[in-house]
Design a protein around this ligand. Sequence first.
Ligand code: ASP
Length: 351
Amino acid sequence: MKKILSLFLLMCCVLPMFGAAQKRGSTEVRQLQGPQNPRLGFAIHGGAGVIKRGSLSPEKEKAYRAKLEEALLTGFKALQEGKSGLDAVEIAIRILEDSPLFNAGKGAVFTADGKIELDASIMDGKSLAAGAVAGLRHVKNPITLARAVMEKSPHVMMISDGAEKFAKEQKIGLVDEKYFWTQERWNSLQLILKEEGEKKKGGQRSAISGLPYNKFGTVGAIALDKKGNLAAGTSTGGMTNKKYGRVGDAPIIGAGTYANNDTCAVSATGWGEYFIRLGVARDISAVMEYRALAVQQAADLVIKQKLQSLGGDGGVIAMDKFGNIGISFNSEGMYRAYIDSAGKPVVEIYK
Ligand code: ASP
């Protein structure tokens, strides 16, 4: 009788635990594997938008793939050498910022008055330390300044002239505004201004934000390093024809960027106003924390349901504390690259 009673008690204790593990499915299995089998994780993106198959020339597509791969492999190598997730994120984003292909640093889009205003942020999942900058006009690599704000100032966010003054003090590279000028981005602005003019003449409200060439190329990276620390970073020129002083989601911690060792690292791209209103990056972390969703499910819930029903578009790359990657977007395409679970680099553009 005693034996039957103890067997019954044992079943009462063990079965519900088993059930909970089953309910959480693969997340639970990964958690069990995590500590014994820690792995490095690295993923980057180069923006989401109307990138349909066939819309890029073969040369252009090759150039995008090559630059994404270069940034991915360089960041991942840093992780393999034992550098921190923050280092890997900064290294990869700097490569993308220096390329005219992406809407960050060198390839940034123009504001309505033909200027460049750059935003960036970075976050450390271990300490929840974060640094962000906005409205920069002369900083060659905004991600490096964001990291300096995090590590060398008592603040989280610095903007415009003050942030650039701080960059000078920190000996962070400043360039003439001309450095950022590219023919392609200038043409995009002219197209939008023309369309806007025509809409106004016709008495209609401008549909600028719906134009396909309006949203492209923000860059971001997420990493899990040898010590098990997550990091995330994002850098952008914002949206073509944005009003002077407009700040998007990229430098808003919890909107465009978030990292927390307990949950995930996230970098976002898309129509920033919606990402700010939904607090997209932090929301993905929150649903993982409070609802025990796996990283892919969490990203899909926030992007494909919440963002979609609010009318926003874009996507995220996200990574949990075991290096599992979740990528979700509701736009036509998203430039993205990651190291898969077998350690192989993968570069993707289309749906
Ligand atoms: N999220 C960026 C912004 O709104 C734009 C983008 O990701 O393309 O500033």
